[in-house]
Design a protein around this ligand. Structure first.
Ligand SMILES: [Zn+2]
Length: 613
């Protein structure tokens, strides 16, 4: 009522004002009130000690921005909310507020790009990713936007400085295909400097990853490079450098030098690291895409890896933190690689197998480089289905965990044992029912295999489908059911914590991985993987239900950043075939008959997929 009277009074005092002006005026008043609270929150006193005062002020600004987007104060209201959420985070350490701060700033940048404070907001987003979310690569992306969207703004030079420190945004490093005809005035041919002549710091197009510059400076000790593993075929390679703890790294692709008969070369520098003397300097030679791979102590602080490649179309370099080691993963696609298609319809399988290079010259046995690389498979073997041009001719089964990693455990059972039994059963069924399809397994015994080696095995052997089999666990024993996952970003807390568990990594590095996924996901086969996940989920659930009197729960098809699926070049899924922590499901899983039923269900899903495509 009082509001009405104030409005009425104003109307009397200013008879020339229309209704719109009156409303605008009340918005002005609301804004000034919110602004008063805003300033009180940043001055010492009891008012700022209460989180609800932050939230009430946020609600006031939010109402202005949402209900009066055309009002002159709407952009500032959004900006203030970005600040308030950020302060709330500092006060509570609740990650949700960081995301809400980013949301408010983003809304401002997108809705009011002409506003003076829009570039401030974009810069703030970069700062949050860099300093609070520990995502330097995403921070680079955001700082780059400051330069791209607001080249004349106050923050463009500061953003440039930031990018100098952090390195430019990491993304697919696409290299232009060599032009068929030489240009009219060819530039003088300058051979690329030999690897040893490249000094850290004077490279203009180098990219950075891993620790931020600040973290790197705070690091006291040098990191031990423990070993290097690689997998390779004619159009794809994965190289994994295992380091004792996190490092900052830099990499660059050098120009092709046809005159010297050299193909694509790249180097990767690990800062503040050292290589034990016993290390062999040659990692690989003449193996598929890799012509030669070498590693050496470049100077007292830097370990350098140099790769000579037969061809190169794309390269992705990213870190992954496992419980005992820090891994730098280099995924390389050759220019011969079959183009990744967006949908199933455009997919074709080669009628003839892809020729492979001669057997690799491996370093001496028992050397540190032997690692756990799977033996070279005979990819030239022509299976019947490949000759017929069928889409699915090779299925890769991946029983989770193994060896020193038992996976989930409950009621005396271990996940690693049950999933191996399940996978062996599934292989038997596939071999009986579809002898034209070849089945390969990442492990057939109780053996530890790192996650990145599993995907690598599938790629190296050019599998057409990748199925990772796991069992779930929950602290509440009442939780039960089957769920199937494909690789994607998620905001779901349950899916994130499950992925953290299966990745054997912290929630913090899962978030970091999510940040990287934006860039890494561009060529993954999401559509086909989703379809495969649905069919396997339905197959497993229906089979288990029809063969049992118990009511089995279907938890559905979900998405999460499972590291074991990252980089797979074929449709790939991860099935959580039940809860080992649920007594009823545990009893069922203990029974070989039930495992056979589950395997048959997964097979039926696989078969529907193969039948459709
Ligand atoms: Zn598992």
């Amino acid at each position: 009522m009082r509001v009405f009277w104030v409005a009425f009074l104003l109307f009397l005092l200013a008879p020339g004002l229309g209704l719109a002006e009156l409303r605008a005026d009340s918005v002005e008043r609301d804004y000034q009130r919110a602004a008063q609270d805003f300033y009180r929150l940043y001055r010492p006193g009891p008012f700022r000690e209460r989180a609800d005062n932050f939230l009430k002020t946020i609600a006031k600004f939010e109402a202005i921005a949402a209900d009066h987007p055309g009002h002159k104060h709407a952009p500032q209201a959004l900006y203030n909310n970005g600040k308030l959420y950020h302060s709330l985070y500092k006060w509570s350490h609740n990650d949700r507020y960081l995301d809400q701060a980013i949301q408010a700033y983003r809304k401002l940048v997108i809705s009011y790009p002409q506003e003076k404070i829009a570039d401030d907001a974009q810069f703030e987003i970069g700062l949050i990713f860099e300093e609070y979310k520990d995502q330097p690569s995403q921070a680079s992306v955001e700082y780059q936007k400051v330069i791209d969207l607001f080249p004349k703004g106050d923050f463009a030079p500061i953003a440039r400085k930031k990018l100098e420190q952090l390195g430019p945004p990491t993304q697919d490093l696409r290299l232009a295909a060599p032009s068929p005809q030489p240009p009219a005035n060819p530039p003088p041919v300058v051979p690329p400097p030999p690897a040893s002549a490249l000094r850290p710091g004077d490279l203009t197009q180098a990219r950075y990853g891993g620790l931020s510059e600040k973290e790197e400076q705070q690091k006291k000790k040098k990191s031990l490079v423990a070993n290097v593993e690689y997998w390779s075929n004619s159009d794809w390679s994965r190289l994994v450098i295992n380091v004792a703890d996190p490092v900052r790294f830099k990499y660059q692709v050098l120009k092709e030098d046809k005159a010297q008969g050299k193909g694509r070369r790249m180097y990767l520098d690990l800062d503040k690291s050292f290589l034990p003397r016993k290390f062999k300097d040659r990692i690989a030679a003449e193996d598929g895409l890799i012509k030669q791979a070498r590693i050496a102590q470049f100077d007292k602080d830097t370990v350098r890896v140099v790769l000579d490649l037969a061809s190169l179309d794309r390269i992705r370099v990213y870190p992954f933190e496992s419980p005992d080691q820090y891994k730098i993963i280099v995924d390389i696609l050759g220019s011969e690689a079959i183009a990744d298609s967006p949908g199933p319809a455009a997919e074709t399988a080669p009628a003839t197998p892809v020729a492979t290079a001669p057997a690799p010259a491996l370093p001496a046995k028992n050397g540190p480089l032997n690692g756990t690389a799977p033996s070279k498979a005979d990819v030239e073997a022509t299976t019947l289905s490949r000759a017929l041009g069928l889409k699915v001719s090779r299925v890769i089964l991946d029983p989770g965990h193994g060896g020193r990693d038992p996976g989930a455990m409950a009621f005396g059972l271990k996940e690693k044992d049950l999933v191996l039994e399940l996978a062996l059963e599934l292989r038997k069924i596939l071999q009986q029912k579809n002898p034209e399809v070849e089945v390969m397994m990442t492990r057939e015994t109780d053996k530890f295999i790192p996650l990145e080696a599993r995907t690598a095995f599938a790629n190296k052997n050019q599998g057409d489908i990748f199925v990772s089999i796991h069992l779930n666990a929950h602290r509440k024993s009442s939780v039960s059911g089957i769920e199937t996952y494909y690789l994607n970003l998620t905001t779901d807390a349950y899916a994130l914590s499950l992925a953290a568990k299966e990745n054997q990594t912290s929630l913090k590095s899962i978030r970091h991985l999510q940040g990287l996924l934006h860039d890494l996901m561009t060529h993954s086969k999401i559509q086909e993987s989703t379809q495969l996940a649905k069919l396997i989920q339905d197959g497993a659930v229906n089979q288990a239900r029809s063969s049992n009197r118990i009511q089995l729960r279907s938890l559905g098809v979900k998405q999460a950043p499972f590291f074991v699926l990252l980089g797979a070049r074929m449709p790939s899924i991860l099935v959580e075939a039940g809860f080992i922590t649920n007594k009823t499901e545990n009893d069922l899983l203990r029974d070989p008959k039930y495992r056979k039923i589950l395997a048959l269900g997964i097979y039926q899903g696989l078969f529907s997929y193969m039948d459709r495509t």
